[in-house]
Design a protein around this ligand. Structure first.
Ligand code: PEP
Length: 253
């Protein structure tokens, strides 16, 4: 059975005190995670250790970094390696968020390097892809997303690919309040899975979790997550509100 995941992306929000309070509020509320369901919290770097310690021992709950270096270690001022993340108990990292692609010029090739270093060191990537509005308007989103997958992921072995969680996030839906309809989400998630199947085979493609991201909230999560090829969500704004994120965790079907 594929993993279903509710992943919170705090981005550059909250102080550490507010973040700790938010985690306290979330874990104190009733939430249910079946054996194949995970909650992941992608928090700012300085909060990773606090979050990892607070959530240690909670079954199927993990902390993620929002980025990592493409280098192993050394003279790269300001960068954070996979090894450093692991030394504070981190097992997941978000890679290729559209904000990093846009504001920090992260290319598909550069992300391939980050994926390689993660996978060589047992760090699980949550790899983001998704098209801008102009591409959706031109109805070329499948080609756009296929290129992102081809150039960043498709050099991986099947075993490596199975460690990757894919997050499809249409850029026009991130932080805008506009959500892809559940039919739009299902259509492109099915395309992503078929594109993986064309290279790696159906059996492998069926094991890959594909999350939807873009204005997911408590009120639309059940509908989105009930789609056959939607295996949960990567959630920005709504993950900063305890009641909202707990409802999103509980919407994993
Ligand atoms: C995100 O940060 O990846 C995201 C999808 O944000 P939001 O839920 O606020 O649209």
């Amino acid at each position: 059975m594929r993993k279903q995941i509710a992943a919170a992306n705090w981005k550059m929000n909250l102080t550490i005190q507010q973040g700790e309070q938010l985690l306290n509020d979330i874990i104190s509320k009733p939430h249910e995670l079946a054996a194949h369901q995970l909650a992941v919290f992608a928090v700012p770097f300085p909060y990773l250790q606090m979050a990892a310690q607070k959530l240690a021992g909670k079954t199927n709950v993990f902390v993620a970094a929002q980025n990592c270096s493409n280098k192993k270690n050394g003279a790269y001022t300001g960068e954070t390696s996979v090894e450093i993340l692991q030394s504070v108990g981190i097992q997941y990292v978000v890679l290729g968020h559209s904000e990093r692609r846009e504001y920090y010029n992260e290319s598909n090739q550069f992300l391939a390097e980050k994926l390689d270093i993660c996978l060589a060191n047992n760090m699980k990537p949550i790899f983001c892809c998704g098209e801008p509005f102009a591409i959706r308007e031109a109805n070329t989103q499948n080609e756009f997303v296929a290129k992102q997958l081809d150039e960043s992921l498709f050099h991986l072995t099947a075993t490596q690919l199975q460690e990757v969680v894919i997050a499809y996030e249409p850029i026009w839906a991130i932080g805008t309040g506009k959500t892809a309809s559940s039919a739009q989400a299902q259509e492109i998630h099915a395309f992503i899975r078929s594109h993986i199947a064309a290279t790696y085979g159906v059996e492998i493609a069926e094991t890959i979790s594909i999350l939807y991201g873009g204005s997911v909230k408590a009120s639309n999560a059940v509908e989105l997550f009930s789609q056959t090829d939607v295996d949960g969500g990567l959630v920005g704004g709504a993950s900063l509100i305890a009641d909202e994120f707990v409802a999103i965790i509980n919407a994993l079907s």
